[in-house]
Design a protein around this ligand. Structure first.
Ligand code: R5P
Length: 298
């Protein structure tokens, strides 16, 4: 079965890397808005009988979901055999419980929507906190790629005497893995979140690591307050300027600039959300699942 890839706007660099790795066609599509802001999607390539791979990182998900949905439905109406969604950053994973009365569990609702129009899903380190796997909320076959091996590889090549640091208990799952692969010590700080942009960081005594390079690793950098407060904590403890690594650099508003100004040595992210800080390429890890999924459906 032939494979054809389509990039949602902004996802072209990852789509190009993937077409090279898969040796497949990059599809042509027009996206635009009507004057009343409704979405217009038109596929120019032949998709009949093909596996259609949709590349769409779901940061800023509300504005992306409808064009993505329309593209998937259009491809199927035009005879596509199936659609496989490659969404390196999967949105709405943090609202996995009702934190306050009257709230909904939007991670579940979002999963239902995606499962309705895509036949399979590949993503990178989704924020699995209170659920243990995507299968608990997604009804389609899914593949979770872990960024840890590539992050460790990058650290080994670029950082001298690293000390891996996770900003909160949730980060221990990936920080411990990265540290193991990078042959580095690690420690975990404690975070208390009071609001979207209000976090406090405390932690253990780190004086014995003063001649190390601290490497802060988190899954998501959104407002960057978690990173900024962690950087401040390390500064107070007399540590060197840290390298900040985020799997997903979502960077809301001025977050990237704010973090740069906080006194970091460098900010590095994986190419799961297109951004100038992308330095770690994960596309090779998507290839096998895309190929395998092809085998399952033929
Ligand atoms: C939450 O628990 C995540 O692991 C991240 O620590 C969090 O999303 C970072 O958000 P922000 O950059 O807004 O502090």
């Amino acid at each position: 079965m032939k494979t054809i890839l389509f990039a949602l706007p902004g996802n072209e660099p990852v789509a190009r890397l993937l077409t090279q790795r898969l040796g497949c066609e990059l599809g042509e599509v027009t996206f635009r808005r009507f004057p009343d802001k409704e979405s217009y999607v038109r596929i120019h390539s032949d998709v009949e009988g093909k596996k259609v791979v949709l590349i769409c990182s779901l940061n800023h998900p509300d504005e992306k979901l409808l064009p993505l949905y329309f593209l998937s439905c259009t491809a199927k109406d035009l005879g596509a055999y199936c659609t496989c969604l490659v969404s390196p950053y999967l949105a709405y994973m943090r609202q996995d419980k009702a934190f306050h009365e009257g709230e909904g569990i939007t991670s579940n609702y979002f999963a239902r929507l995606i499962s309705h129009f895509a036949d399979s899903l590949i993503t990178v380190d989704p924020h699995l906190h209170r659920i243990s796997g995507l299968d608990e909320i997604y009804d389609i076959p899914s593949k979770v790629v872990h960024a840890a091996p590539e992050i460790s590889h990058w650290i080994k090549e670029h950082v001298r005497r690293p000390l891996l640091i996770g900003p909160d208990s949730e980060s221990e799952q990936w920080v411990s893995q990265v540290a193991e692969d990078a042959d580095s010590a690690f420690l975990i700080l404690e975070k208390t979140r009071y609001g979207d942009r209000d976090v406090e960081i405390s932690g253990p005594d780190i004086s014995e690591y003063q001649n190390h390079t601290p490497v802060l690793v988190d899954d998501i950098i959104s407002t960057a307050q978690t990173m900024i407060e962690s950087v401040g904590h390390l500064k107070k403890a007399g540590m060197n300027a840290p390298v900040c690594i985020g799997v997903h650099g979502v960077f809301s508003g001025s977050a990237y600039k704010d973090l740069l100004n906080a006194g970091v040595a460098r900010i590095v992210t994986c190419n799961t959300v297109p951004h100038e800080s992308n330095a770690i390429d994960l596309t090779e890890s998507y290839v096998e699942f895309i190929r395998k999924f092809e085998k399952t459906v033929t």
